[in-house]
Design a protein around this ligand. Structure first.
Ligand SMILES: [Ca+2]
Ligand SMILES: [Ca+2]
Ligand SMILES: [Ca+2]
Ligand SMILES: [Ca+2]
Length: 331
């Protein structure tokens, strides 16, 4: 009897050990799940904070975008050579095209998204006050970073070829332009940068030109015209969303044989690369296709291509579909 009881006890003791091991395993699993849940919560918190940043930027940029788009323009400020009617007046169609090209040039100056937009002089013969402000701010920022580089001429700052860059390097140039835009916008209470904390501003590539940083410490990107990006705000259909800046269809592409190139409404794209820290949305690395005259390359919203040959703004979901974008999930 005693022997059996001992065996039973022994068996129970072994079973208890097994139970303990199971409990330990369960606790370890639960602890692991908790760590994962906390990491997920942190990630979701980062996403929500970054969305909030993009919402703030979007509101400021879109407000100014609408103001510039409705600004009255004189056609005499366009660089286009007009034909005259027999009575000596400018033909209406050409006047409308001239106004459209002047408006696009104004948008380039007001909303630069690459160094060349700030460096290259206007085709209008005048320079917008915003562009002047961007140039002054660029000079101050670069000079603060490199106080020994005095005097600082434009070639030092922008480089002989602004697509390559000078002291202002092309790394993060889209984000650096966005910072210039925000820092130049003011209302009666002051500068728009007051809506961003010091921890949201940085200089990741160390060239003196600041960027607004997302919650993963990476620069928030900006594309003035992203003809490759389809979204709720930008459906890329000339039927439902024709270019609102061209109500008279002055753009010659309305009148050629193809409907595929008809000009659609485009809106500034503001986005974070998301948790993987890398933008999957194609930026303006290269201008590939030659343009039909009279479209000046730098002003044409529909001509830009990425270095891969896709229209600017095309997103590569297979690589980085986690980007946070003002057009879609930020309302
Ligand atoms: Ca840079
Ligand atoms: Ca920088
Ligand atoms: Ca067409
Ligand atoms: Ca990404």
């Amino acid at each position: 009897m005693n022997g059996r009881t001992t065996r039973e006890r022994g068996a129970r003791h072994g079973f208890t050990l097994l139970e303990m091991l199971m409990v330990i395993a369960i606790i370890a699993t639960l602890a692991g799940m908790l760590v994962v849940m906390l990491a997920d919560a942190q990630q979701e918190s980062n996403r929500e904070r970054t969305r909030s940043q993009i919402r703030r930027i979007d509101a400021i940029v879109l407000d100014h975008w609408e103001e510039v788009g409705s600004r009255p323009l004189s056609i005499s400020s366009s660089n286009i050579a007009f034909d005259l009617n027999t009575n000596g007046t400018v033909e209406l169609a050409e006047a409308r095209l001239g106004r459209l090209l002047a408006l696009r040039e104004l948008l380039r100056m007001e909303f630069p998204d690459r160094i060349a937009d700030v460096a290259v002089n206007s085709t209008l013969g005048t320079v917008s006050s915003s562009l002047l402000s961007y140039r002054i701010r660029t000079r101050i920022q670069i000079q603060n970073r490199n106080p020994l580089v005095v005097p600082l001429n434009d070639v030092d700052i922008y480089g002989a070829d602004p697509n390559v860059g000078g002291l202002w390097t092309t790394n993060f140039q889209e984000a650096e332009c966005l910072y210039l835009i925000l820092s130049s916008r003011t209302d009666e209470d002051g500068n728009m940068l007051r809506f961003f904390s010091p921890t949201e501003i940085g200089d990741v590539d160390g060239d003196g030109m600041f960027e607004i940083l997302d919650q993963w410490g990476q620069p928030i990107n900006f594309i003035r015209w992203a003809p490759g990006f389809q979204s709720l705000r930008q459906d890329l259909s000339p039927i439902t969303s024709p270019d609102p800046l061209d109500p008279f269809k002055a753009d010659l592409r309305w009148h050629n044989a193809s409907a595929l190139d008809d000009p659609v409404a485009l809106f500034p794209l503001i986005f974070s690369g998301g948790p993987d820290g890398s933008p999957g949305i194609g930026l303006k690395n290269a201008l590939v296709a030659p343009l039909p005259t009279p479209y000046p390359a730098i002003d044409d919203p529909y001509s830009w291509q990425t270095s891969l040959g896709d229209p600017v703004g095309t997103i590569d979901f297979s690589l980085h579909g986690d980007d946070l974008v003002n057009h879609n999930d930020i309302r």
